[in-house]
Design a protein around this ligand. Sequence first.
Ligand code: NAP
Ligand code: ZN
Length: 362
Amino acid sequence: MSKSPEEEHPQKVFGWAARDPSGHLSPFKFSRRANGDDDISMKILFCGMCHTDLHFIKNDFGFTDYPIVPGHEVVGEVTVVGSKVNKFKVGDKVGVGCLVGSCQTCDLCKSDLENYCAGGIQTYGGSLNWDGTKTYGGYSNMLVVHQRYVVRMPENLPLDGAAPLLCAGITVYSPMKYFGLSQPGTHIGVVGLGGLGHVAVKFAKAMGMKVTVISTSPSKEKEAIERLGADSFLVSRNQEQMLAAMGTLDGIIDTVSAVHPLQPLILLLKPNGKLIVVGATEKPFELPIFPLLIGRKLVAGSAIGGIKETQEMIDFAGQHGITADIEVISMDYVNTALERLHKADVKYRFVIDVANTLKPNL
Ligand code: NAP
Ligand code: ZN
């Protein structure tokens, strides 16, 4: 018989978990492996709440293996280093995103694209650790991670505001770089002004690009322009506005968390324009072909980024003072926060103050 989550490893850990698709989170005891030679252990200080947490908690994708401890925007302080750890020392401020393992031998791992490794191990949500046990995420007091999957946090950024960059930040930064949408003067659209979208605007502006936000929420216009620095704002349901902007964008980063029509977005692109979908929706999109053919346009996807690029992104954020706009919450507020996230009622990321509000239940 397999051991309970509390007994399978030597280190006792506590956190909050969902047990079923009702998505209700409550205190949960489990365990983590002993710190290995290549591992660091970290005390978790803050953890961002990504919409992917909500998708998994609610079993939107159909493969959630309960109980699930979410959280993949994790920052904290190194408490233990293994004998082979050369990247970090005790006391360092570090971050862990969506990935805590990969095969380390395939071509993708060798070229710093471990995020696309077929043997990638997610911080939580479906994948198994190297030892075959389940991974549990950052809504918990501590984490044990192989040093390869850990990044160093810039000293000048507040850790709570920087936590969301570990998923939201790299998810928008990586496709901007890969698809050639990071040059000064490039005009990009950002669809969906949520956790991912608002940091996409900040990165794009720091790269010297022109940014148009495309949103379902007219109430976000003033803030998008005045505070986030977007150059223009389109309400996606306003046909007049959308028609007037046809053929103006070099690329689009689409961060919407639900199925939505792609044709109006494709029409916003210039010839050779690229629509990069990063929102994770459980149902397929309808893909109109003629608007793609006419103008040789491209629709592509992208998932987070490799660890080397994640470090590059967070260093760029440090240089440009980029953090997420956050609402810091206590652990016992997470269920309310999830309901509000579902209604897009957050500007723009909830971050859990884990160290000060997660009560031990050992
Ligand atoms: P979020 O904070 O909830 O933001 C999503 C935004 O999408 C909302 O604020 C809203 O913006 C817009 N939106 C929501 N429902 C919509 C609908 N039915 N139609 C049109 N627009 C809608 O979510 P997030 O944390 O940024 O995550 C966004 C998506 O990216 C999620 O699906 C998440 O799972 C996925 N994700 C993917 C990756 C990856 O590696 N590819 C990584 C992280 C997250 P407006 O009010 O401006 O319209
Ligand atoms: Zn995420």
